[in-house]
Design a protein around this ligand. Structure first.
Ligand code: DOR
Ligand code: ZN
Length: 344
């Protein structure tokens, strides 16, 4: 198949940042997706519906003329979030969920939750009102190996949480392991997951063999190839529990190519083509539309988009770098490499 037309996809996990960064990130995302969940890990974080509405307006101010883009917002769960905020989310037109970052797990997660039992009051309300909890699913203890942090989170945090709150609606964000994929499959329809393009296309060898490639460094970190294969299987299986979430996260070239490089891959400008590449590599391009354009909207209880996009099987070279902020650069995911799909 050399041309495919699909309902316009949505990105259920993206980082846009704030201020001048929006000049880069909003057009890149809005040219690909009709909607995106805009992650709240700003400094300071987006903690209330009012703050989310204000952030949404700042995003909308950068949507290019003639482009329709509907930012969907998420609050950042802290130890101090009031349980009453959940009803405000439920009643909000723009906020769809709340995100749990274990404190210290990733970029700008210092205000995250230090112990999940501290937020049980909020979680009770989430379960009652069926507002999704989005999870960065990694434990953060220093002694736990970075490659084991997702699995340990499932065993030590998420399983007990679901025993306590069996009807909690949740998205395990950016899953990276077979264990996480199986965890999602074993639970009922309330439990879903997003998968990034980097975790479908690459594994830790791509990041570490022949020299360290900092532009593949993201969190949760790329795992071994067997996990990549499981992620490809579930993403292309047609199961509605797995849907598109790029975790596209801009960091300047200098911040990535650094003795202490930042975590995050910037995939927004060619995200759907990267996913097409991954699905096509395993002969499942016909499964892309469900993953990219149906299952996320269905999970969130939002209508599917009605307009379409077309992808053609034609070589495209991903740019070596992109302009960012004042004179800085971003190196996009798979920079300088050729992929076989292009959005027309
Ligand atoms: O690699 C990542 N980058 N993982 C995250 O969880 C956060 C993100 C960011 O905000 O840069
Ligand atoms: Zn993220």
């Amino acid at each position: 198949m050399n041309t495919i037309t699909l309902l316009q996809p949505d990105d259920w996990h993206a980082h846009l940042r704030d201020g001048p960064a929006l000049q880069r990130t909003v057009p890149d995302l809005a040219n690909q997706f009709a909607r995106a969940i805009c992650m709240p890990n700003l400094v300071p974080p987006v903690k209330t519906v009012e703050e989310a509405n204000a952030y949404r307006e700042r995003i909308l101010a950068h949507v290019p003329e003639g482009v329709h883009f509907d930012p969907r917002m998420v609050l950042y769960l802290t130890n101090n979030t009031a349980p009453s905020e959940v009803l405000k989310i439920k009643q909000s037109d723009y906020v769809n969920a709340i995100k749990l970052y274990p404190a210290g797990a990733t970029t700008n997660s210092d205000s995250g939750v230090s112990d999940i039992s501290k937020v049980y009051g909020v979680i009770e309300q989430l379960e009652e009102h069926q507002v999704p909890l989005l999870l960065h699913g990694e434990v953060t203890h220093n002694h736990v190996d970075i490659f084991d942090r997702e699995k340990r989170f499932l065993d030590e945090v998420l399983s007990p949480l679901l025993r306590q709150f069996p009807k909690l609606k949740l998205v395990l964000e950016h899953i990276t392991t077979s264990e996480a994929a199986h965890f999602v499959l074993e639970h009922d329809r309330h439990v879903a997951a997003t998968i990034t393009p980097q975790h479908l296309l690459f594994n830790r060898n791509d990041m570490l063999v022949g020299g360290i490639k900092p532009h593949f460094y993201c969190l949760p970190i790329l795992k071994r190839q067997t996990h990549q294969q499981t992620l490809l299987e579930v993403a292309t299986s047609g199961s509605p529990k797995f849907f598109l979430g790029t975790d596209s996260a801009p960091h300047s070239k200098d911040a990535k190519e650094n003795a202490c490089g930042c975590a995050g891959c910037y995939s927004a400008p060619t995200a759907i083509e990267l996913y097409a590449q991954a699905f096509d590599q395993v002969g499942k391009i016909e499964r892309l539309e469900g993953f990219a354009s149906h299952f996320g909207a269905d999970f969130y209880g939002l209508p599917r988009n009605t307009n379409t996009i077309t992808l053609v099987k034609e070589d495209q070279v991903i740019p070596e770098s992109l302009d960012y902020l004042d004179g800085e650069k971003i190196i996009p995911l798979h920079a300088g490499k050729t992929i076989q799909w292009r959005k027309v």
